[in-house]
Design a protein around this ligand. Structure first.
Ligand code: SAH
Ligand code: MG
Length: 219
């Protein structure tokens, strides 16, 4: 590999300046700014560019999202190619903000918001199918979300999971962290194994954004 300066490789420069095909209009910029000021953990730019690329390729008619927050990723996912989004949020304040934001974009018909714990709304959704599922909620529950909603995935469908590295803590030494963080990291690590060993899906976990898993249903 070519070395440009001492210890700086072409690959490192490419990663640092990684050109992403992302543009934000004024309303989207407001959502991003709100998230930043209020510490709402919206998807990182690199993860978003990856997610949007997958949507451009797969062209899902219907997407299920677990973890709406303020609606940023739902709005972006819808805008790629008009996919209908169903998104679940359990926090009342987040749900309220997402409702206002989706109204502000005029997407009430395109983005359906559900105010519930995702572990409790399978019954509401059990007669629907989705071409893509985006899991981006409580990290300790990823295996449960996956098992609960995978039956609703159409054949050849994708399940995308965000924050697979949990801010870099997975696969690092987390012994200095609190018990609850260590517990979370342990659960997320076992979810890695669950995905990689699951023979019904072809899964790769990418070092993109905060770590993104893509699982493609085999049948
Ligand atoms: N997808 C959003 C960010 C979601 S942040 C974006 O990128 O723009 C994660 C959200 O999931 C939080 O708002 C949290 O309240 C919600 N959440 C966590 N566990 C949940 C659960 N079991 N059911 C529904 N929502 C959940
Ligand atoms: Mg996330």
């Amino acid at each position: 590999m070519a070395v440009i300066k001492k210890n700086v490789t072409v690959m490192e420069i490419a990663k640092k300046n990684s050109p992403l095909n992302l543009k934000w209009d004024a309303k989207e910029q407001q959502l991003k700014a709100y998230a930043q000021t209020n510490h709402v953990p919206i998807i990182l730019d690199e993860g978003l560019a990856f997610l949007e690329t997958l949507i451009r390729l797969h062209k899902p008619k219907k997407i299920l999202e677990i973890g709406t927050a303020i609606g940023y990723s739902a709005i972006r996912m819808h805008r790629v190619c008009g996919s209908h989004i169903t998104t679940i949020e359990r926090d009342a304040d987040m749900f309220h903000l997402a409702t206002l934001n989706i109204q502000n974009f005029g997407y009430e018909k395109n983005i359906k918001l559900i105010f519930k714990d995702a572990l409790e709304c399978y019954e509401t959704l059990k007669n629907e199918t989705f071409d893509m599922i985006f899991i981006d909620a409580a990290k300790a529950q990823y295996t449960k979300f996956f098992n609960l909603y995978a039956p609703l995935l159409s054949s050849g469908g994708l399940i995308i999971c965000d924050n697979m590295f949990f801010h870099g803590l997975v696969e690092e030494d987390s012994s200095n962290y609190s018990r609850s963080v260590r517990g979370l990291v342990r659960k997320l690590s076992s979810f890695h194994n669950f995905l990689l060993e699951n023979e019904k899906y072809t899964t790769s976990i990418f070092n993109i954004g905060d770590g993104m898993a893509v699982s493609i249903k085999k049948d």
